[in-house]
Design a protein around this ligand. Structure first.
Ligand code: GTP
Ligand code: MG
Length: 485
């Protein structure tokens, strides 16, 4: 529930929810925005919403009042609580499809607390995370995929995740999923026709022909499942790691990029032991990009590693693992002593990775030597295509590296027109379960078994195609939404 401030969530946690969870039809209420700003939005939904709002505002809500902002005094019996704005919606013409009232309160936490207390005293309960959206889906106001898109829209941290969520909301990301569903339904129907007419020799519904169709669906699903790793780059960021010898200036550069003193810096070789990870949003050429940046332990020559203490050895192993699972490796070389032999011995562990070469301590090296060192590095390390001098002290060159990072990251994130990317682990799991069934179906020698296994495989895709989902499964999907959504 990261979108609701701690203050607002603490405030709301004080009220218990009933044991029926998402399945209870009680009137629900929750804050949609954090308290502490100028305005707090409180939403109330359910069959008693209008009655409760009338009691709080002493205002009769009739059809003329629908969807109109009304300035009202909210009071507890005769004691005034807030001068607020109230907007009533009659179901089904509301977000949830039920009667809904939204209150715009002054942003004080005590006002929100008092209004919530009054609403709970009238029999409503605190909404579960995502429960307004849950009801909207249940009441046919939106598709499950659209509700999930809204969740992703709220969580989007960069332009690429935002564009993807907007495409999902508009439905264009759903076309491939719709096609898979339609193809599977046709396949299941055809195989059932095949059973009915098994005494006749109809090629269209013969097992080999049906298997051919199934093979195409399997490969579409495999492609869709394969997009998850890419999807994580949109939501979690592009993994980038620093890579270089001890004292090269990795942690100093890490801090310079972040603009904060995150990693410990010292002139003692081997200062960083563990991997230090931090998310970073940088403006690129096409918008904001999120990176998952890792500062790592400096690599020492193999001989020294053997002699180094155990913790440092583990640190070095972690550096290699982290770099090899990154999309981009920043190779950091100490501008004061560009020691290449030792760097070279580690380069094979990141073969084929995209790299950017960084030469540090620009402020300590004269210009003529800078040029010489750059040419030397270019000639020695052909794997690294560009070298940029930076100073973490004066910050010179740091934004140039940020630009190079953006070019590589945006190249990874750019989608072909119509390319569908899944971002939710539940969707990946549904695809994997479905694929398991469909591959079993492919091995079935019997048409009856084939048909039932295909139907089973289709059922497993429920979380993705949003059909025939039992309420408890739906509830689970919505439980990681934020409260008030
Ligand atoms: N003047 C100057 N000093 C720097 C610069 N970058 C790093 N240093 C210094 O170089 C030393 C090592 O810097 P670190 O950032 O700790 O190096 P590291 O690569 O993280 O080292 P390990 O964690 O041991 O692998 C520190 O004394 C830093 O202050 C720079 O751009 N200019
Ligand atoms: Mg360090």
């Amino acid at each position: 529930m990261p979108q609701v401030s701690q203050q607002a969530s603490d405030l709301q946690k004080q009220k218990h929810v009933d044991s029926a969870g998402y399945l209870s039809n009680k009137t629900i209420a929750a804050l949609c925005t954090p308290t502490g700003g100028a305005i707090t939005v409180l939403r109330l939904s359910g069959s008693n919403a209008i009655k409760i709002a009338e009691k709080l505002s002493s205002f009769k809500i009739d059809l003329n009042a629908e969807r109109r902002a009304k300035r009202v005094w909210l009071s507890d019996q005769n004691k005034k609580i807030d001068d607020a704005v109230m907007v009533p919606y009659f179901g089904p013409r509301s977000f949830t499809g039920e009667d809904v009232v939204e209150f715009f309160l002054h942003g004080s936490p005590i006002i929100a607390q008092k209004v919530l207390d009054l609403i709970f005293a009238e029999g409503a309960r605190l909404a579960l995370p995502g429960e307004f959206s849950f009801r909207a889906v249940k009441n046919g106001k939106m598709q499950l995929s659209q509700a999930e898109a809204i969740k992703e829209l709220i969580a989007a941290e960069n332009d690429f995740a935002l564009d993807l969520a907007l495409e999902k909301l508009s439905g264009s990301q759903h076309e491939l999923i719709d096609k898979i569903r339609t193809d599977l339904m046709q396949l299941a129907t055809l195989s059932e026709v095949g059973i009915d007419f098994s005494d006749q020799d109809i090629d269209e519904v013969s097992l080999p022909r049906l298997r051919g169709r199934l093979g195409q669906i399997i490969s579409m699903l495999e492609n869709l499942g394969g997009s998850f790793d890419r999807g994580k780059r949109f939501t979690d960021g592009i993994p980038v790691s620093l890579f270089g010898l001890p004292n090269a200036g990795k942690s100093s550069f890490f801090n310079a990029l972040l603009g904060e003193d995150r990693s410990i810096v010292s002139d003692i070789a081997g200062t960083t032991r563990d991997v230090v990870r931090e998310k970073l949003n940088l403006k690129g050429l096409k918008g904001y990009v999120t990176y998952k940046l890792s500062d790592t332990a400096g690599l020492r020559g193999l001989k020294v590693v053997q002699d180094a203490d155990k913790i440092e050895q583990i640190g070095i192993q972690k550096t290699i693992q982290t770099a090899s699972s990154s999309d981009l490796v920043l190779i950091v070389v100490d501008g004061l002593s560009p020691n290449l032999e030792e760097v070279e011995s580690f380069l094979q562990s990141i073969q084929g990775k995209k790299t950017i070469g960084i030469i540090t301590k620009k402020d300590l090296v004269d210009e003529a030597s800078q040029e010489e060192i750059k040419l030397f590095l270019l000639s020695k390390l052909s794997e690294v295509k560009s070298w940029t001098w930076i100073s973490s002290t004066t910050l010179e060159g740091v934004s140039d590296v940020a630009k190079e990072m953006a070019i590589i990251a945006e190249d990874i994130l750019i989608r072909k027109p119509g390319e569908v990317v899944i971002t939710q682990v539940e969707h990946l799991q549904a695809i994997e379960r479905s694929l398991k069934c469909l591959k079993e179906a492919n091995d079935c020698a019997d048409l009856v078994l084939f048909a039932t296994t295909v139907r089973h495989g289709m059922g497993e895709l429920g979380a993705l195609i949003g059909e025939t989902l039992p309420d408890d499964v739906l509830g689970k999907i919505f439980s990681d939404f934020c409260i008030g959504k």
